[in-house]
Write a protein that binds this ligand. Structure first.
Ligand SMILES: Cc1cc2nc3c(=O)[nH]c(=O)nc-3n(C[C@H](O)[C@H](O)[C@H](O)COP(=O)(O)OP(=O)(O)OC[C@H]3O[C@@H](n4cnc5c(N)ncnc54)[C@H](O)[C@@H]3O)c2cc1C
Length: 381
């Protein structure tokens, strides 16, 4: 991003802290928590406010694993990587649950259902179930549609859950004890020597021992290192008015290989998200979080097709920006030539699945030099 001489005339006050975390979403708050646990004075800063990026615009599904079905993920990344990421996801869910309990965050242990929209997807779900079972992961394959809505098969992951994502981000922030400076865009990052970083922002020049970028989709705008590695990708949702007969699904439903998803909200509305498959070009490489008609039409058509009994009006529609990564895995590392500036970005629409434990690895790399494993950005070197 560029900044004019009038916006940045060098007159901003210097703000001293041990670690400045750029980006106060779920991942930034988790990174702040782990760094504070290590004894650092941590300051979070955000160009908007706490959690107002993707972290408060998502569907709140805590679904274990990656976006690809297990056997497809194994073909793509190899089984050792998939096992490692699965464990990372379980650890992330364990951590979120601790924050959820401590912060009284709305949460529903409803499990998830991966549902088949076609016979081919049903076969894929069966194969995924077999691959999971071979790894002693106890899922249930259902050859009939448990919802009675015309799906071809389903895979139940009983330990998955639905959460209020913004309240979760707030709870993690509270637990971190970090300071927050909102409405403060960061536009340049420097490491002038072996001991310090300087983070230039609209309101302050942060002088710190370390910086951590948790800017997900927006990372390429902040530093060219992320160009081509993180691709901002829009995702959209709609929600109905509260349904007269209360919650409809009691699960996190996920189908068409994750292109469609649906759940009850805590006040008994039906939320539907997705609709990107038919509109990939339109939703690709943009940080503009407005809704678009073609995607909203897909979501509405889906509502009418799969949930024909719902005649409650649609009360809200929204969009958010996901940080897709070039290969589907998150990226943890430090900037080339600036080892005191770390990052945890590229959650590929799965920050609730992978965010907390990935943030922990990013902090361990930055402070202790511990290798972050399969999420290491070194794979792009
Ligand atoms: C519609 C939608 C549905 C989704 N559904 C799910 C789901 O059900 N389950 C799931 O696991 N994931 C889902 N996701 C993805 C999930 O929301 C993200 O993976 C997660 O929120 C990533 O968290 P984050 O903290 O990395 O990113 P963000 O929450 O986007 O935080 C990044 C922050 O950085 C700030 N920032 C960026 N650049 C700068 C800068 N230069 N200076 C200062 N601040 C900056 C932004 O303002 C933002 O607050 C969904 C996403 C969307 C959009």
């Amino acid at each position: 991003m560029t900044v004019s001489i009038w916006q940045a005339d060098g007159s901003q006050p210097v703000y001293e802290t041990d670690l400045v975390v750029v980006g106060a979403g779920l991942v930034g708050c988790a990174a702040a928590f782990f760094a504070a646990q290590a004894g650092l004075h941590v300051t979070l800063t955000d160009m908007r406010d706490l959690g107002l990026g993707a972290s408060s615009r998502n569907a709140g599904f805590m679904i274990t694993g990656l976006d690809a079905y297990y056997h497809h993920a194994a073909e793509r990344y190899g089984l050792p990587v998939v096992r490692e990421i699965w464990a990372l996801s379980r650890e992330t869910h364990r951590l979120w649950r601790e924050f959820i309990r401590a912060g009284g965050v709305p949460f529903h242990e409803c499990g998830s259902l991966l549902l088949a929209e076609s016979p081919a997807e049903a076969r894929d779900l069966e194969q995924a179930a077999r691959a999971l079972a071979a790894d002693r992961i106890d899922v249930e394959f259902l050859s009939r549609d448990p919802l009675g809505r015309g799906y071809y098969a389903a895979l139940r992951q009983p330990w998955d859950a639905a959460v209020h994502p913004l309240k979760l981000a707030q709870a993690v922030f509270q637990a971190s004890g970090a300071a927050l400076i909102a409405d403060n865009e960061v536009y340049a990052l420097e490491q002038p020597d072996d001991e310090t970083v300087r983070v230039h922002s609209r309101r302050y020049i942060f002088q710190a021992r370390y910086a951590m970028l948790c800017t997900n989709a927006y990372s390429p705008q902040l530093d060219p290192y992320f160009a081509g590695k993180v691709i901002p990708t829009r995702a959209q949702c709609l929600v109905t008015a509260p349904l007269p007969n209360g919650p409809l699904l009691n699960t996190c439903g996920y189908s068409d290989y994750g292109y469609m998803y649906y759940r009850d909200t805590f006040d008994g509305r039906l939320l539907i998200g997705g609709g990107r498959k038919q509109n990939k070009l339109l939703e690709h490489d943009t940080t503009d979080d407005r809704i678009t008609d073609p995607v909203q039409r897909v979501l509405e058509a889906y509502l009418r097709q799969r949930f024909p009994e719902v005649d409650a009006p649609i009360e809200r529609r929204w969009a958010g920006i996901m940080g897709f990564s070039a290969d589907g895995l998150p990226l943890v590392g430090t900037l080339p030539g600036r080892p005191r500036i770390g990052f945890a970005v590229g959650f590929h629409g799965h920050g609730l699945a992978l965010g907390a434990a990935t943030a922990e690895r990013a902090v361990s790399l930055l402070l202790e030099g511990l290798h972050p494993g399969a999420v290491s950005a070194a794979r792009f070197d």
